[in-house]
Design a protein around this ligand. Structure first.
Ligand code: ADP
Ligand code: ZN
Ligand code: ZN
Length: 725
C-alpha cells in the first residue's frame, strides 16, 4: 500500500483530505506546504499526519503533486495554535492554517527570496570552534558583531568557511539585513519612574513562564518604555519578542522608536499595509528576527525562540477580526503564550472589561501606573458644556469656539473630535422628512464633499456597502427642490472652523484623508507647529504624543450614552479617556471640553475624575446583574439571505436543532441591528452560558447539524465572543 498523506486545505469543510504520496517525493514532514489536485483545480495545502489507512479506497486517492520546498514548513507550534483556534472558534483547520500564511505563499509559483546575509545563530553565539580552525573562529567572531553579505564573503575568499559554519549550525543565511551602520546609537532609556520600577520588579522575575499581566497605565505613564525594558531582558536571553499593535497606520512611528532603542537588533514588521512580496519576505524573516512588531495577523507568525508577547492597546476592537475566522488576536496571543510557556503582557490606559475583570479576580496580574512619567505632565481638566442650556451653532457652542480662539492666540494646538466622517450624516427633505436612505442597506447615505477644499458638488455615499450616487436635484419622495444637509460630519466641521477662525491652519484626519504613509508626515507637521487645529474621527484618539496640544474638544458623543449596544458606554469611555490623554502631555496644562445634552450621565462623573477603575467597576457590576459578558460567554449565529424571511427561517430551524444543554440559553431569533447590508438581509441568534466549557460543548454538537439545514438559502457563520452585533 502506498503511503497516505492527510492534508488540510482551504475549504469551508470541517475535514481533512487524504492523498497518495508518490514514491519520488520522499518523506514529508507535518506542516510542509504541498500542491495537490482538488476538484478540477490545484490547491496549496498543509501536510499533516500520515495515517495507516484511509476511509477513501486506495485506488481512488489522488497523488500529491509536489512539495513546495522553497518555503519552510509550518512549525509544530503553529499547527498546535491553529488546532486551538479550530476548536475554539469552530472553524475549519485548513482554512485557519492557510489564512495564517501571507497570501503570496499560498500561491504555488516559486517564491525566490534573497538570503544574502550570513548571520550568527544562537548556537553560534555559544559555540567554541577548535582553536586550530583559526579562520573559522575569526569569521564566527566577526559574525557575532554583525551579519556579512555573501558578496563581501566571496570577495574576502571566505565562502568556504561560511559554508562550514552553516553546516555546523553556527550561522545561517538570512534575508534580514544587519542594522544600518549609521543607526543612531541606542537611545538611552531614562531612569525608570518609581511605578515603572515596581512594575519591572514584578514582571522581570515572571519572564520565562506563562502568565498574563495586565498593565493598566494612564496615557503617558510610560507603558511603551516598560515594554522596551521587558523586551531588552528577553533579547538578552537570546529570545524573541512579539509586539501586537492595533490595525492603524501607527506602525512606522513605533517601528522607528523601537529601531532606535535596539540598534544592534533585527527587527521586522507584519501588517496589511505591506505589499504582498514584502509581507511574504517579512514572514519568512520572522524566525530570524529579534523583535516582530505587527497587527493582529502577526499572532500566527513563525517565532521559534518566542520569549514574550506584548499586546499594546489591548482593548482595541481591531484585534478582533470581523469576517471569516472571527478570532480575537488578544485571546489567541494568550493561548499561544500558554502553549509556549511564555508571558503575555497586555497594556492599556482603558483595558477591556473582559481583561479587567480577569485582573480583578486574580487570574491576570494587575500592574498599575497611575502617574504620568514626565512629572510636570498633569492630567487635563475635563469640562462639560451643557447643550440643554447652551445653543449650538453649526454643531459648536460659544464656549467651545472661545476655547479654540484662546488656544490659537496662545500659539498652542487643539484637537476637535467628531466621530462622523463626511460632510453631513444625511441629506434631509424638510417638507416630507425623507432622509437619504441607502437603496441596498438599512442605513442613511452620508453626504460627502467630492474632494476636500474643492467646490465640486457633494455626493451621497453609503459607509456600509460603498454605494455612491449624485445628489438628487429634488426630493425623490415629494419633489421638493430644497434639500438640506442634516447634522455635522468632519468635512462640514472643517468648513465651519475655517470660517470662524480664518487665521487657523486646520487639518482634517479621517479615513477619507489618511493613507498609511500620511501619518508620519502628519506627525511632523504637528510637531513642527504647522498645524493649529486637528479635526478628526476616533483615529485621532490613538497613540500620538503631541506636546503642544493643549485643548481637546469633543462634539456629539450622546448617541453612545443611550445606545442599545451594551458595549457602547465602555467604548465611549475608552475613547474619551484616550482623547483626553492627548491633551497636555508635556508640562503645559491641558483642557478637555465635551458638548453633551446629558451632563449628569455617570460616565462623565468618572471621566472628570480620570477614574477608569471606578467606572469599570460600575459597568462590571451592571454587567453581572444583567448576565452580560464578561460574566457570561456568548456565541452568535449570524445568517444572511436575500429575504429576511429566509434568514429568520434558517435560524428558526437552527434553534430547533439546538441540543438541550444544561446552563446554556438559546435566545430568540432576531433581525440584526443593521438589518440589511448590500442587499442581503441579516438576522442572528444568540446563545450564551455562564460556563465556557458548557457553551463550547454545546457548539461542538450544534455546528455539524447546521450544515444539514435545507434549503440552503442563507449564508451563516458562528461568531464566538462577538464584539459587534
Ligand atoms: P504610554 O505608552 O503609557 O502612553 P509612553 O511610554 O509613550 O507612555 O511615555 C510617555 C512619555 O513619557 C514619553 O515621552 C516617554 O519618553 C516619557 N517617559 C516614559 N518613561 C519615562 C521615564 N522613566 N522618565 C522620563 N520620561 C519617561
Ligand atoms: Zn420630500
Ligand atoms: Zn449601503
Amino acid at each position: 500500500m502506498p503511503p497516505i498523506l492527510q492534508v488540510a486545505l482551504d475549504t469551508p469543510l470541517h475535514r481533512l483530505f487524504d492523498y497518495r504520496l508518490p514514491d519520488g517525493l520522499g518523506a514529508v514532514q507535518p506542516g510542509s506546504l504541498i500542491e495537490v489536485p482538488f476538484g478540477r483545480t490545484l490547491q496549496v495545502g498543509v501536510a499533516l499526519g500520515q495515517p495507516t489507512e484511509s476511509s477513501v479506497q486506495t485506488d481512488k486517492l489522488r497523488d500529491v503533486i509536489r512539495v513546495l520546498d522553497d518555503r519552510p514548513a509550518l512549525s509544530p507550534d503553529i499547527l498546535r495554535l491553529a488546532r486551538f483556534c479550530a476548536d475554539y472558534y469552530h472553524y475549519p483547520l485548513g482554512a485557519i492554517l492557510l489564512a495564517s500564511l501571507p497570501p503570496r505563499l499560498k500561491n504555488a509559483s516559486p517564491f525566490v527570496t534573497d538570503r544574502p546575509w550570513l548571520a550568527v545563530t544562537e548556537a553560534g553565539r555559544m559555540a567554541a570552534p577548535p582553536a586550530r580552525a583559526r579562520a573559522l573562529r575569526a569569521l564566527l567572531d566577526a559574525l557575532r558583531t554583525t551579519p556579512h553579505s555573501r558578496e563581501n564573503l566571496r570577495a574576502r575568499k571566505q565562502s568556504r568557511h561560511a559554508a562550514a559554519l552553516v553546516a555546523a549550525g553556527w550561522a545561517a543565511w538570512s534575508s534580514v539585513p544587519p542594522p544600518a551602520a549609521d543607526a543612531p546609537r541606542t537611545a538611552e532609556s531614562p531612569p525608570a519612574t518609581a511605578e515603572q520600577q515596581a512594575a519591572l520588579d514584578a514582571l522581570l522575575p515572571a519572564l520565562g513562564q506563562f502568565g498574563v499581566h495586565l498593565i493598566h497605565g494612564v496615557t503617558g505613564s510610560g507603558k511603551t518604555e516598560l515594554y522596551l525594558r521587558l523586551i531588552d531582558a528577553v533579547l538578552a536571553r537570546g529570545l524573541q519578542a512579539l509586539v501586537l499593535i492595533p490595525e492603524i497606520a501607527l506602525t512606522p512611528q513605533l517601528e522607528q522608536h523601537f529601531r532606535r532603542r535596539f540598534p544592534g537588533r533585527r527587527f521586522t514588521t507584519l501588517h496589511s499595509g505591506l505589499g504582498e512580496k514584502e509581507r511574504a519576505e517579512n514572514w519568512l524573516a520572522a524566525p530570524d528576527c529579534d523583535v516582530l512588531l505587527g497587527t493582529r495577523l502577526s499572532v500566527f507568525a513563525p517565532l521559534p525562540r518566542l520569549g514574550l508577547i506584548v499586546v499594546d492597546e489591548e482593548h482595541d476592537a481591531s484585534f478582533k477580526q470581523q469576517d471569516s475566522l472571527r478570532y480575537s488576536a488578544r485571546d489567541v496571543a494568550i493561548a499561544r503564550g500558554q502553549q509556549r510557556g511564555v508571558p503575555v503582557v497586555l497594556g492599556s490606559a482603558t483595558p477591556s472589561l473582559e481583561s479587567y475583570a480577569q485582573a480583578l479576580n486574580g487570574r491576570y496580574r494587575l500592574i498599575e501606573l497611575k502617574q504620568r512619567a514626565i512629572s510636570q505632565a498633569q492630567l487635563p481638566a475635563i469640562e462639560l458644556v451643557d447643550l440643554k442650556h447652551i445653543p449650538l451653532d453649526n454643531g459648536l457652542t460659544r464656549p467651545a469656539v472661545q476655547a479654540l480662539t484662546e488656544t490659537l492666540a496662545r500659539g498652542e494646538q487643539s484637537l476637535v473630535f467628531l466621530n462622523r466622517r463626511g460632510y453631513a450624516p444625511a441629506l434631509y427633505c424638510p417638507s416630507c422628512a425623507w432622509v437619504s436612505p441607502c437603496p441596498r442597506c438599512s442605513a442613511r447615505l452620508v453626504l460627502h464633499r467630492a474632494k476636500a477644499h474643492s467646490n465640486q458638488p457633494h455626493r451621497l455615499k453609503c459607509h456600509h456597502c460603498g454605494f455612491e450616487t449624485r445628489i438628487p436635484p429634488e426630493c425623490p419622495s415629494c419633489g421638493n427642490p430644497d434639500l438640506k444637509a442634516l447634522g455635522q460630519g468632519t468635512q462640514r466641521l472643517e468648513e465651519t472652523l475655517a470660517a470662524l477662525l480664518p487665521a487657523a491652519r486646520i487639518r482634517r484626519i479621517d479615513r477619507d484623508t489618511m493613507r498609511p504613509r500620511a501619518w508620519a508626515e502628519l506627525g511632523e507637521a504637528v510637531h513642527g507647529g504647522e498645524i493649529d487645529i486637528l479635526v478628526g474621527t476616533q483615529m485621532l484618539a490613538k497613540g500620538h504624543d503631541f506636546p503642544n496640544m493643549t485643548l481637546a474638544l469633543i462634539l456629539d458623543t450622546d448617541g453612545a450614552l443611550y445606545s442599545p449596544d451594551f458595549r457602547a458606554t465602555e467604548r465611549l469611555f475608552a475613547q474619551l479617556m484616550q482623547v483626553a490623554g492627548r491633551a497636555g502631555r508635556a508640562g503645559k496644562p491641558g483642557r478637555v471640553l465635551i458638548q453633551t445634552a446629558f451632563p449628569d450621565h455617570p460616565l462623565f462623573r468618572y471621566l472628570q475624575r480620570h477614574d477608569y477603575s471606578g467606572y469599570a467597576r460600575a459597568l462590571l457590576a451592571e454587567r453581572r446583574q444583567l448576565d452580560l459578558p464578561p460574566y457570561t460567554r456568548q456565541v452568535l449565529l449570524r445568517a444572511e439571505a436575500p429575504t429576511m424571511d429566509a434568514a429568520l427561517a434558517f435560524l428558526q430551524h437552527a434553534g430547533e436543532l439546538a441540543p438541550e444543554t444544561a446552563g446554556v440559553s438559546v435566545f430568540a431569533t432576531t433581525p440584526a441591528p443593521m438589518a440589511r447590508v448590500a442587499n442581503l438581509e441579516r438576522a442572528q441568534l444568540l446563545v450564551q452560558s455562564a460556563s465556557r466549557q458548557a457553551l463550547q460543548a454545546f457548539v461542538r454538537d450544534w455546528r455539524p447539524q447546521l450544515d444539514s439545514i435545507r434549503p440552503r438559502v442563507a449564508r451563516w457563520s458562528l461568531d464566538v465572543d462577538p464584539l459587534v452585533f
